[in-house]
Design a protein around this ligand. Structure first.
Ligand SMILES: Nc1ncnc2c1ncn2[C@@H]1O[C@H](COP(=O)(O)OP(=O)(O)OP(=O)(O)O)[C@@H](O)[C@H]1O
Ligand SMILES: [Mg+2]
Length: 206
């Protein structure tokens, strides 16, 4: 079972991923959680480059760096875990690229889709939760972020960018309603968690 979490920065993805992990483990599942980009030495190094404020990165270079990190993660971590029968929970995956580099950076969507196919090698989540939170609410939540760090290069992209990203996510939801589940994010975290679990219960029976 492969599940991913999506949403703009500060929407509550990692919070929900952690809650779902605990819930699945209580039910006897072996769960692997990974963050994107990251989870391998190479992908964490690429993450550092991508999020660093020390340099500018052109949109196409950004697309290719995210994709390089992803394909390495798929080949070395995600696919082997799925073959073992583990549950894989991914904090961001391919939809982030469609939303951020496609809609946010306004790259050609067909080229982004081509790149995504290459990067994922057909390893796709059966369910994706999009925690939908307006920009202002996400900004507010990030002020109380546990790490309390300065905004990274992506987080500095500004309101217009994040509004395009959010619209991008909503267009994915319209085109793939079975897989891509929109969860209204301005709710208590327990209420969100319950809505997520309700979607997973039928999958556990199978
Ligand atoms: N439903 C909620 N209501 C209010 N605050 C929340 C909710 N869920 C999470 N938070 C808080 O909002 C902040 C951001 O949450 P979280 O780190 O889970 O978001 P994220 O989407 O993973 O962010 P990032 O993109 O920066 O990794 C945290 O301080 C978290 O405790
Ligand atoms: Mg997070």
């Amino acid at each position: 079972m492969f599940i991913s979490f999506e949403g703009i920065d500060g929407s509550g993805k990692s919070t929900q991923l952690g809650m779902l992990r605990a819930w699945l483990e209580e039910r006897g599942r072996t769960v692997l959680t990974v963050r994107e980009p990251g989870a391998t030495h190479l992908s964490e190094s690429i993450r550092e480059i991508l999020l660093s404020n020390k340099q500018t990165i052109t949109p196409t270079a950004e697309l290719l760096l995210f994709s390089a990190a992803r394909t390495h993660l798929v080949e070395t971590v995600i696919r082997p875990a799925l073959e073992r029968g583990d549950v894989v929970l991914c904090d961001r995956y391919v939809d982030s690229t469609t939303a951020y580099q496609g809609h946010g950076r306004q790259l050609d969507l067909e080229q982004v889709a081509l790149c995504n196919r290459l990067a994922t090698q057909g390893v796709l989540p059966s369910l994706t939760f999009f925690i939908d939170v307006p920009y202002d609410e996400a900004q507010l939540r990030m002020q109380f972020h546990p790490t309390g760090t300065e905004p990274d290069r992506m987080e500095r992209s500004g309101r217009d960018f994040f509004e395009r990203v959010r619209a991008g996510y909503l267009s994915i939801a319209a085109s793939e309603p079975q897989r891509f589940v929109v969860i209204p994010g301005v709710q208590d975290r327990t209420a969100i968690h319950e809505q997520i679990c309700a979607q997973i219960v039928p999958m556990l029976r199978g």
